[in-house]
Design a protein around this ligand. Structure first.
Ligand code: AMP
Ligand code: ZN
Ligand code: FE
Ligand code: FE
Length: 274
């Protein structure tokens, strides 16, 4: 069982990298990728835990990119964590995540009992901060029941508190990952159905820039969206992955609920020169 998309407390998952790997071993995974948002800070701890527990660790990241108002997530496997351009860009995104969250909290604090300090209390030094941490502070304050509740009520872009994150374009993201030696796979491209996947011409620009695959099997891709992605991947020779996007207790997604085939995993490794 190969699961190539998970989050630890380095970003918005709820388990430490070591605990996440232990959960992966318990769930019966043979291979697990850690793909924290815009950070590689969990790799060393996860790799050590995986070596100890005898499962294969794949170093990854979920890079934030933006296409107009659309937030587009790009999975990157085996990028060089010391690549200067990648380090600079992810530092910039994580810094922007902090100031953006502070802006959102300032707006929220007019209507709800929540302060920036309350949000920081939900993070550790260096955490790649996101809306889920604001959600956790709202749960702690007794305002909402769950992260899902917070996203539904006040964290979605139309609720009036939202602020976008600085992020490179998807094409620049694909180039950045490739130049760092990584293998780029577009994360959950069809969460809003087949009509809201990035348009085919732009997807082709991503393919030209070096996109390797599409994450097709993901619980949030709609069924008609998956059908479209399968057609598109087949016609362009793109790999198709499946993964859980596990966030620990932060989301219902369970480890191994979607998996990637050994053949596709081997192709990803080969593309990374592993
Ligand atoms: P941000 O990085 O601040 O844009 O927040 C996006 C993150 O929030 C993604 O990683 C999602 O996994 C997470 N997220 C989005 N919707 C929900 C939800 N309904 N419940 C829990 N987490 C969510
Ligand atoms: Zn996340
Ligand atoms: Fe994502
Ligand atoms: Fe994710």
């Amino acid at each position: 069982m190969i699961d190539l998309h998970t989050h630890s407390s380095v970003s918005d998952g709820t388990e430490s990298p070591a605990d996440l790997i232990a959960s992966a071993a318990r769930a019966g995974l043979d291979v697990v990728a850690l793909t924290d948002h815009d950070s590689t800070a969990g790799w060393a701890e996860a790799a050590a835990a995986a070596a100890f527990l005898g499962i294969e660790f794949v170093p990854g990241m979920e890079l934030s990119t933006r296409f107009g108002v659309k937030s587009v997530h790009l999975l990157a496997y085996y990028p060089d964590p010391l690549n200067e351009a990648l380090v600079d860009e992810t530092d910039r995104i994580r810094q922007a995540r902090l100031t953006r969250a502070e802006t959102m909290v300032a707006r929220l604090s007019e209507d709800f009992p929540i302060s920036w300090h309350d949000v920081l209390a939900q993070t550790q030094p260096g955490t790649s901060v996101g809306r889920p941490h604001i959600a956790d502070a709202l749960i702690e304050a007794g305002v909402v029941e769950s992260r899902a509740d917070a996203f539904e009520r006040m964290l979605h872009p139309q609720a009036g508190y939202y602020e976008p994150i600085y992020a490179p374009s998807p094409v620049d993201g694909v180039r950045l990952v490739r130049l760092a030696g990584g293998v780029p796979v577009l994360a959950h491209p069809a969460t809003r159905g087949r009509d809201n996947v990035l348009d085919a011409r732009y997807l082709d620009a991503l393919v030209d820039a070096g996109l390797f695959g599409l994450e097709v099997e993901h619980r949030e891709n709609t069924e008609d969206g998956k059908a479209y992605l399968r057609e598109f991947a087949a016609s362009r020779g793109l790999a198709m992955t499946g993964s859980s996007d596990y966030h620990g207790a932060g989301k219902p997604n369970r480890l191994g609920e979607n998996v990637t085939s050994p053949e596709v995993f081997a192709a990803i490794r080969a593309a990374a020169g592993i």
